[in-house]
Design a protein around this ligand. Structure first.
Ligand code: GRG
Length: 285
């Protein structure tokens, strides 16, 4: 699945005709990421329909392009100012700030251009339109972008666990939820199935983010492909800084078990989603 996602990402980005822009987009998108969001999308589609097709693969790559844009912009000096991502220099370090901003903008726009083309091709079917609307909302002004705004505003401030959950829900959880919800919709899942998937996405997204908070203090640079300790350097409140490492681990384990139980209770047509949730939960990088 990862190979298919990466090949298709390359194909979609290669339609960009401007050489420097295309190179920076390819550099950022094809660097070794885990491809969690597109895999969740395709697994949800498989869970509903038994398989995925070329349209679903394009949709999944759009989610990854939106995610990569958010990483490029998050790493910029105006935001988290990071030098390393996925074990390589960040896009503004490899190129320059202007190119990184444009590569991020270009990936975001290319995602919507691609999804709207798919919707137009399927104009008699509502499912792709609904899937695109769900992804757009999750990435948008009340989703990931809002989460990032509040996250930046909260640096160095005292916030509560509920505030932190709100940041994680929008900054990280929104795209996870959208991946499973939109994938299940494109796969033709029933309303109840889609609701279950959305709930699972929220749980996996929060668990993933708590794990990220933990890895930032326990992992090595080689393991996570970026400098550990960046949360403390940026004075970010995290599960670890609020609860301490042990309680953060306990919360993470509890939430992971609940997510796994939910994944097991959903009537999936294939095992790929359950296996992927297990992999995400047990991740070491
Ligand atoms: C710039 C609008 C805007 C949003 C930025 C994604 C994000 C929001 C910031 C990245 C910083 C961060 C720690 C976000 C939490 C989500 C997260 C853990 C992102 C990294 O995702 P992975 O681990 O990365 O899936 P790979 O490289 O594997 O794709």
């Amino acid at each position: 699945m990862i190979e298919a996602i990466e090949k298709n990402l390359e194909r979609l980005i290669n339609t960009c005709e401007e050489p420097r822009l295309r190179e920076a987009m390819l550099y950022s998108a094809l660097s070794p990421g885990k491809r969690v969001r597109p895999r969740l999308f395709l697994s949800a589609c498989e869970a509903a329909k038994g398989s995925y097709d070329a349209t679903a693969l394009d949709f999944a790559c759009c989610l990854e392009m939106i995610h990569v844009y958010s990483l490029i912009h998050d790493d910029l000096p105006a935001m988290d100012d990071d030098d390393l991502r996925r074990g390589r220099p960040t896009t503004h370090k490899q190129y320059d700030e202007a190119t990184a901003i444009l590569a991020g903008d270009a990936l975001l726009n290319h995602a919507y251009e691609t999804m709207s083309r798919l919707c137009a091709d399927f104009f008699r079917l509502r499912r792709p339109v609904i899937a695109m609307a769900i992804i757009a909302k999750a990435a948008g002004v009340n989703g990931m972008i809002a989460g990032q705004m509040v996250d930046l505003q909260s640096e160095g401030k005292k916030i509560t666990l509920d505030d932190l959950k709100g940041i994680h829900r929008r900054k990280t959880g929104a795209l996870f939820t959208a991946a499973l919800e939109a994938g299940a919709i494109l796969g033709g899942g029933t309303r109840l199935f889609v609701q279950g998937m959305a709930k699972l996405g929220g749980m996996v997204g929060l668990a993933f983010q708590i794990r990220d908070d933990i890895l930032d203090v326990t992992a090595t640079c080689e393991q996570i492909g970026k400098m550990p300790g960046s949360d403390a350097r940026n004075e970010k409140v995290t599960y670890v800084s609020l609860l301490g490492l042990q309680k953060a681990e306990d919360t993470y384990k509890k939430l992971s078990n609940e997510a796994l139980a939910l994944a097991q209770s959903l009537p999936c047509r294939t095992n790929s989603l359950r296996d992927l949730v297990m992999q995400i939960i047990n991740r070491e990088k």
